[in-house]
Design a protein around this ligand. Structure first.
Ligand SMILES: [Zn+2]
Length: 312
């Protein structure tokens, strides 16, 4: 239930509400426990119900009617689509993110207290292997300026592991560059035989798949296999074109296109780019393989599209 609630929060934001019907899948004791812990906050009951999935009734919500001793969410078009409701289904609950973060920390027997590190990021305690554990309600927040620094300084000198919902590979690589490991919430919160969710600290970092090169477009740098490449502006502009091409259908940047776009001899320009990459610390053959010559046509990035991620 803890992982399910955290995922709802990640998808719906701080104002998300869950219905009593959605909570039916969980045990009453567990719901009761989370109500007492102020994780679930009971709100005003619903007086209408969402429309059927593919309805063309044009309503925003469908009315709830009492028919005999039954409670029905009625479709104006098709009685077969009516939903029979239990009285508890109409309950509505908000989720208190801080209290939920505290419960998740508690379920993993972490030591230390819960505190806010940045908007939507909580420290939930520390564990022996993972250092300081943090929980984030929306992985995108971790890419905002200053957040990584705030997390590191809150934990210093201990390392940080951050748990979030489906962080994308480019972000995971960026966090790893900064020395922070990322775990996916569903991989580290597991349901035990009693149906209770627990944080299990033997998680493994989120796989970044095949990604080897991340292009950070706004900040104008790239990272190859963990090494940061800071190129002079003109070199970055050319390198960026190669990276952008590499994820398109035809990854080849034709010699005449380079000439037209940059007003420079393609051969010299590419030679300069390889030199600049070597100046960033790449071995000569790596630079050569990264910007590859395609005979009679032009040049291309020497990586498959699946090995490349572009961050904006
Ligand atoms: Zn309908």
């Amino acid at each position: 239930m803890l992982a399910w609630l955290w995922t709802r929060l990640s998808e719906g934001g701080p104002e998300v509400a869950v219905s009593g019907r959605a909570l039916r899948r969980f045990s009453e004791q567990e719901i009761e426990r989370l109500l007492r812990a102020r994780v679930l906050i009971e709100r005003r009951q619903a007086d209408n119900w969402s429309v059927c999935a593919h309805c063309d009734c044009g309503l925003d919500a469908r009315p709830i009617r009492r028919v005999g001793d039954k409670l029905l969410a009625c479709c104006p078009h098709d009685a077969a689509e009516d939903v029979l409701l239990e009285p508890g289904d109409l309950k509505r609950f908000g989720i208190d993110a801080g209290c939920l973060a505290a419960q998740i920390g508690k379920s993993g027997s972490l030591t230390g207290s819960v505190s806010i590190v940045a908007e939507g990021v909580w420290t939930i305690g520390s564990g022996p292997a993972a250092g300081v554990l943090m929980l984030c309600d929306d992985a995108k927040r971790l890419g905002a300026p200053g957040v990584i620094l705030a997390m590191k300084s809150a934990a210093a000198p201990r390392p940080v592991t951050v748990i979030a919902t489906e962080p994308d590979p480019a972000l995971v690589l960026r966090l790893r560059e900064a020395g922070i490991e990322a775990w996916d919430v569903t991989a580290v919160i597991r349901t035990n035989a009693e149906g209770v969710d627990r944080l299990v600290l033997d998680g493994t970092s989120v796989s970044t798949g095949d990604v080897r090169l991340v292009l950070h477009r706004p900040a104008q740098f790239a990272v190859l296999d963990g090494r940061r490449l800071d190129l002079p502006p003109q070199m970055f502009a050319l390198f960026r074109m190669f990276v952008e091409r590499s994820v398109q259908r035809d990854p080849v940047f034709k010699a005449e296109e380079i000439e037209a776009q940059f007003q420079r001899s393609p051969r010299e320009f590419v030679r300069d780019l390889r030199k600049a990459l070597i100046a960033c610390g790449l071995a000569e053959e790596v630079a050569e393989g990264l910007v590859r010559t395609v005979r009679t046509r032009g040049y291309r990035l020497g990586l498959a599209s699946s090995e490349v991620a572009i961050e904006d």
